[in-house]
Design a binder for this molecule. Structure first.
Ligand code: SF4
Length: 95
């Protein structure tokens, strides 16, 4: 099930970037798998998504704990946040 179709019936304003998401074109792909090794199909779709960055930023800003967002699993997003919190801003810009 495409990630964004889960919220398609909710009557809230959706971010504009969602209209360009690649997962909308792939209803056969499950973005909420239990095992990391089953997430490759979803990550493959994300790799070609024009709004991957926006999606990842959305997941981080909303502390999304389930599913593949922006091509990253919950564990990968958690690691990203952990690394970012350890890295001084000046070093982040240099890398
Ligand atoms: S990055 Fe992946 S989950 Fe996010 S909108 Fe694009 S295809 Fe969907």
């Amino acid at each position: 099930m495409p990630l964004l179709s889960l919220v398609s019936d909710v009557s809230i304003d959706k971010p504009a970037w969602q209209a360009s998401s690649a997962c909308r074109e792939h209803p056969e792909v499950d973005f909420f798998v239990d095992r990391a090794e089953d997430a490759e199909a979803a990550k493959s779709v994300c790799a070609r998504c024009p709004v991957r960055r926006e999606c990842l930023e959305h997941a981080l800003a909303n502390d999304e704990r389930h599913g593949i967002w922006g091509g990253l699993s919950p564990r990968q997003r958690k690691a990203l946040v952990r690394r970012a919190s350890r890295q001084p801003l000046s070093e982040e810009r240099a890398s």
